[in-house]
Write a protein that binds this ligand. Sequence first.
Ligand SMILES: [Zn+2]
Length: 417
Amino acid sequence: MEVRRTAPVKLIVPDENRDDLHETAEQFLYCANRAAEFCWDDNSYTNCISTNAIARDALYTELREETDLTANLVQEAIRRAVQATKGCVERWKKDNRVSQPEFTSWSMVYDKRSATFYRNRVSLSTISGRVECDFELPADSPTPYEQYVLSEEYELRTSTLQYDKVSDEFYFHITTRKHGSDSDEESEVSEDTEHQTVLGIDLGVNSLAVASTGTFWQGDEYDHWCREFEKRRGEMQQRGTQAAHNALLRLGKREEAWRKQYIHTAANEIVMEAVEHECDVIVFEDLTDIREEIPNAKWHHVWAFRRLYEYVEYKAPNRGVSVEKVEPNHTSQRCFRTDCGFTHPDNRHGEQFCCQRCGYEVNADYNGAKNIGLRYARKRQYRLRSSPKSGNGDAPVDVRLNGGTVNGESYQPIAGD
Ligand SMILES: [Zn+2]
């Protein structure tokens, strides 16, 4: 079996080059869709083309003329379409309903020649020449170059460039293969279909954060110090002198540094929780409407939640862990028992969750964290099953719990859970 790792790294793309990447991605999608059209035949799967060399020989010259893409990007676009067609043909053989693969999401494949790695940056082929992008990494962490390119153990494979519309950020998903593990170039599956293990994280007022593994990050100390700082600020404001004003500014800076340090520590621990439990993904709730979700959250809680998410998102990729969000959608009111799933506001009483239907009783934030992981697992399985890229539709996702796992479809009860 081939052993692979994928690490998403945020890129700092110069403003003047952002459009180059967008245009390149558009042309890449065009090539992939043209190739998919070429490979597909609605009448019979025996007419579909699932050999890369045939598609490449037929399309390469034409697509090079029609687009401004480099040779390697055109080849990768064709390869992507052939892989997707092959997946569809496999499903068709099993009598599943299939249709011609269609590529719509912003994503392009870079091989070793179209992406050149340097210590702190990568140089990417685009329609207007090379674009250099710095990696966004903490100062003390190993760079992807040190981690993967120089690694004796792993060999750099094709990587994908992705764009996140919501944050307006570009991510480079670097894929490496362990030396000595088998590789069959023609039967490579999309990295999306690989097995994933998920760590769900609930951010709450009672506890700063709770993981689906049952680990808690209590917010007591954080709350205590926020109150202390507030008290000191009040005293100084009352004095109203210039000296008090200066002291107030200094206090503000000290408080901010303290808060950041506190959240950094929690973020590091959450990332380590994922690493120690062999999770590939950390899943949070989307915090956009946090005010509606947690009406009694104080401003320093809201500040802490946002920072914690940002820090984890920033640190996790260095450990080979990605970070995802799911919409909140009553995760705190829903019973985690998958044979129950009853959702009602009365299920939650402050820190305690008690299902009004099946009687399941558990800490409310822990219940929430498990539901967040499960929500992501279900969504991913559904998405992969309805995507032409997923081949046989088998895309296992497990949520890591305390002493076991649960996957998005079946529920295996775990003792004491
Ligand atoms: Zn229940």
